[in-house]
Unconditional design. Structure first.
Length: 260
């Protein structure tokens, strides 16, 4: 693991593996690069994979804040700069998809192809999760919260076949203030007005049973981003990239390696 320094002096840890065209993979809220642990090898097979520990997670520094999705985007650019990567494919899921939107908007020359997974445009145009889901996520009981997150991420059938650990439940090493800042950053995201500026070829992926980040956000993104493609994955919840890696992995590979 190596680290890059940002403009404000924060140290951002990053990891590289594989070989080929660079692929920057961005994880969900309050998660480190371990978010990708179960599927990383699929991408290593044909890409030079770069992952990032957001500020506040993993091996990165955890300044007090404020944090924001545009700020996380600049941290990711600092990592690409440290590696000497001028242009990369970018794949962001959940909050990572929000971050990826800003990379594509603010640094269009750095993005070859863009994949946005289980994410949303944010702001007033986004489709919010239901009151029942919000209530479940607000519980003060850690065990109940964990059960709710697992149910939102995966189907019971997948959980029965796949034992611990579940890396998508967040980074347990995060300090409390950083976890709160991640929540604020994700909630404050609003790229609606900027989405039509995205010039990179874009694939929007989403599980058709996602209630954590409602599936209805996927067509909003696909309609708002010029010429974006939409792929809804049947039977998948929020962590579609793990549970339906048999579908999601090939779909991403086909898109990233397309010649047109």
């Amino acid at each position: 693991m190596t680290d890059a320094a940002t403009s404000d002096g924060t140290r951002i840890a990053y990891q590289t593996s594989g070989a080929g065209t660079p692929l920057l993979m961005l994880s969900g809220q309050a998660s480190s690069h371990r978010w990708w642990t179960r599927v990383r090898a699929e991408f290593d097979a044909y890409r030079r994979v770069v992952t990032v520990d957001y500020r506040g997670t993993g091996g990165s520094d955890a300044p007090q804040g404020p944090y924001s999705t545009p700020g996380f985007a600049e941290d990711a650019i600092a990592v690409l700069d440290d590696l000497g990567i001028e242009r990369a494919d970018v794949y962001g899921t959940s909050m990572g998809g929000r971050v990826a939107q800003w990379i594509a908007v603010k640094h269009p020359h750095r993005v070859r192809r863009l994949v946005l997974g289980c994410t949303s445009p944010g702001g007033t145009h986004a489709v919010e999760r239901s009151a029942a889901v919000r209530k479940a996520l607000a519980t003060p009981d850690p065990a109940a919260l964990r059960r709710s997150l697992l149910d939102l991420m995966y189907t019971p059938e997948w959980l029965a076949r796949n034992p611990e650990p579940y890396w998508t439940l967040g980074d347990p090493t995060m300090p409390r203030h950083a976890r709160h800042q991640h929540l604020l950053a994700s909630n404050a995201h609003d790229a609606w007005d900027a989405l039509p500026l995205i010039a990179a070829p874009t694939l929007v992926l989403h599980g058709d049973q996602d209630e954590l980040n409602p599936t209805a956000n996927a067509p909003l993104l696909a309609d708002r981003i010029p010429d974006a493609r939409l792929h809804l994955i049947a039977g998948a919840r929020h962590a579609y990239f793990e549970e339906r890696s048999d579908v999601a992995g090939p779909a991403v590979r086909e898109f990233l390696t397309a010649t047109s």
